[in-house]
Structure formats: structure tokens, C-alpha cells
Design a protein around this ligand. Structure first.
Ligand code: ZN
Length: 242
């Protein structure tokens, strides 16, 4: 099976469409959470993913948008954007997001929005945090989102530590034999200094993983955000990928 791996779309339809256009043929989408929050097109993104065979996890912004998580844990801009999202969601979109799991095991892979240890909350930002998380899942590989940064943490069991692999890599990577935690980066709000949408293709027959980037019309999303009165800092950061 070939899977399109996406995460942190954050209601950015222009970025999602660019990824769908750019992706080579796939059998199913795995979405690691945060379909909404920050961006201008929450309902459209929730609807669009349902055009495909897919599985989807819930992220912290999705939970906040359906009232399952207190907005006081968000910074001011995220809070404003999420309050707007709450008021905008259709009943169908709210029902879809409310029914998503925080983590699951599928086709031999463990999936969580944030981390195996804290599926909605923890930011796996460095190798020591990644190392601690290998005890919380039993499959060879775990996929996470949440940090908006594409990265691989590879477990070195002998030395009891993690190696960090940062893309780009030429072509596809063969997975294994070591266990890994892999983050595909963010479709709708990248934070690694590259404003292009980030995603990946997982081929479970070949056992390969390919990180991919695609430019999208950032200015279209920024214009829609302006029209909806969303915070200026959130609009500007899309152009910087930070
Ligand atoms: Zn996110």
C-alpha cells in the first residue's frame, strides 16, 4: 500500500490542494491531526479529506475547535483563530472532528498527533524526548505531527540513544532495521524555515518513506485570512515558514 502522509493542515485549503495535486498515486491518506485552527478554510479542509479513503487523528486545535479543550492553554493568536474556527464550523464538520481518535495502530504503524506518551500534547522536539517515547509504542515505527517540523528520530538500542535525521534526503529512504519516530512536517503552517507545504509518501510494500515539499500560493491563504480578520502574525508567518 502507498499512503499519503499529511499533518497539521490547519485550515489551509490552498496548501492541501497543492499537496493533493503534487502527490504521486496513493491508496489512502493518513492524516495525523490538526485539520483546523489558524487558517481560513476549516470546513473546506474537513470536507476535502473525506473525498479520499483515509484515516484521521484528532489534534489539539481540532479538540479546541469542538470545545473539548480549554482555549486558555493557547497563546493569544491561536486562541483568537480557534474562537473564530469554533464559530465557523458546520455541524457536519464538528461531528467529524469530534469522532476522531487521539492515536491508533494501523497496518503495523503506530500513529499519534503529538507523541505516543502524550498523544495530543507533547512536542517531540529533540532526540532525548524521542528516546523516552519509544517505550510507549510497540510497533517498529511511529508517525507523529504537532511540531510542524519534518524529521526522523532513529533508535540506537545498543547505545541507548536516538539519532536525528533531518531532510532533505535524495529520493526515498528505506525504513528499518532500527525503530523510528517520523514526522512528515506540516501541510498548512510549516515551521522549519521553508514555507512550502510538507508531506510524505509511505510505501509499505517497499518499506520506503519519501519527504516531499511543494510550493503553494501562500498569498491566497493570506488574503483569505485577512478577509476573515485573523491575527496578523499568523498571516505573516506563512510567508516565512516559521
Ligand atoms: Zn499543529
Amino acid at each position: 500500500m502507498r499512503y499519503l502522509i499529511i499533518s497539521d493542515i490547519h485550515a489551509n485549503l490552498a496548501a492541501l490542494e497543492a499537496v493533493l495535486d503534487d502527490a504521486p498515486p496513493f491508496d489512502e491518506i493518513w492524516c495525523l491531526g490538526d485539520l483546523v485552527g489558524y487558517g481560513p478554510d476549516p470546513n473546506e479542509c474537513v470536507e476535502r479529506i473525506q473525498d479520499f479513503p483515509h484515516i484521521s487523528l484528532v489534534g489539539n486545535h481540532d479538540w479546541a475547535a469542538v470545545g473539548r479543550l480549554d482555549l486558555s492553554s493557547f497563546n493569544t493568536d491561536a486562541r483568537i483563530a480557534n474562537a473564530w474556527t469554533q464559530s465557523e464550523l458546520t455541524p457536519a464538520a464538528r461531528e467529524y472532528l469530534s469522532g476522531l481518535p487521539t492515536h491508533l495502530e494501523h497496518d503495523g504503524f503506530y500513529l499519534a498527533h503529538a507523541s505516543p506518551r502524550e498523544p495530543v500534547w507533547e512536542y517531540i522536539l529533540d532526540a532525548s524526548l524521542a528516546y523516552a517515547n519509544f517505550a510507549y509504542f510497540s510497533t517498529p515505527i511511529c508517525l507523529v505531527g504537532h511540531t510542524h517540523i519534518p524529521i526522523i528520530f532513529e533508535l540506537d538500542e545498543k547505545r541507548q540513544r536516538c539519532e536525528t535525521l533531518i531532510p532533505p534526503f535524495p529520493g526515498s529512504l528505506v525504513l528499518g532495521p532500527h525503530r523510528m519516530i517520523i514526522n512528515p512536517g506540516s501541510v498548512g503552517q510549516p515551521r522549519d524555515g521553508d514555507p512550502r507545504a510538507s508531506y510524505a509518501i509511505l510505501d509499505t510494500q517497499e518499506m520506503t518513506w519519501e519527504f516531499r515539499r511543494i510550493a503553494y500560493p501562500v498569498e491566497i491563504t493570506q488574503e483569505r485570512m485577512r478577509a476573515r480578520g485573523l491575527p496578523r502574525r499568523l498571516i505573516e508567518r506563512l510567508g516565512m515558514g516559521r
